[in-house]
Design a protein around this ligand. Sequence first.
Ligand SMILES: NC(=O)c1ccc[n+]([C@@H]2O[C@H](COP(=O)([O-])OP(=O)(O)OC[C@H]3O[C@@H](n4cnc5c(N)ncnc54)[C@H](OP(=O)(O)O)[C@@H]3O)[C@@H](O)[C@H]2O)c1
Length: 255
Amino acid sequence: MPYSERPTLLLTGGSRGLGHAIGGKFGAEGWEIIAPPRLRLELSSPAAIQDYIETEIQRFGPIVNSFIHSAGINPSVAKLTVTELGVKSPGIDVALNEFDQVVQVNARSFLQLSIGLLRRKQEMDTLSGLRMLALSSLFGGDITRIGKMPFSASKAMLEKIVKQLAVEWGRHGVLVNAIEPGFFPTEMTQINLGEEKIRMIEAQTPLGRLGEPHELANAAYFLCSPQNTFITGVVLPVDGGFLAGGGLGVLEMAK
Ligand SMILES: NC(=O)c1ccc[n+]([C@@H]2O[C@H](COP(=O)([O-])OP(=O)(O)OC[C@H]3O[C@@H](n4cnc5c(N)ncnc54)[C@H](OP(=O)(O)O)[C@@H]3O)[C@@H](O)[C@H]2O)c1
């Protein structure tokens, strides 16, 4: 479907952090943003998501041009202990309830919303040109660190969902991609890393600094704009070169 005068973005996680920057970028480019607050779309609840699909997506789904899933949670597994070597060890009881919740919010909710949106757009014959994007993490790919079992596993699942959707919906003109953000100074990063580790990450990043949220938003915008016509099924690191440097800081972060 050709883009309308004012294209529309459906966005999760738009209240703060990277999602907020993404909404700002699309808004500045003249897009209409639909960014439901958590009160309207609680992603830890499949029933709440279904309600949102049956009411809101039923109504505005046909005019959505792009869907971005930025919402995510990143708890450190509670039961970490510090060994005499000064290294945190994960303990034996990974909290399985917490695991399910992280997978639900980070990965399953994206699949459920995507299915709802794709179904509605197919009904209305407005599928072609839809672009979808999910924010993963460097830990969704080849690297991870101690204490990140639910987070890393959920992001790996998210990346596979993205690729699967890209493969299955490409013939309908739908493009689906993921971004792996490196390290950005959002609330999530401050809580999970703290100042000392942030300095260490900066030192191990070829560009020598954390990313600015608008730099992530620019990449998200490109992938979801009409300028992107042939990139689908990819996972793009936006990390200032951190992965290219071998991700060595990840080992240090375990200490
Ligand atoms: N920042 C980084 O350096 C970094 C690095 C790697 C990956 N990422 C990924 O990038 C994405 C954005 O990260 P961020 O740093 O911007 O995170 P953030 O600042 O912590 O914001 C998280 C967003 O997700 C929403 N959210 C969380 N749980 C939710 C739930 N159950 N239902 C609905 N919404 C929920 C929050 O809404 P409320 O305001 O209502 O809580 C908020 O809008 C995440 O997927 C994250 O894993 C970020």
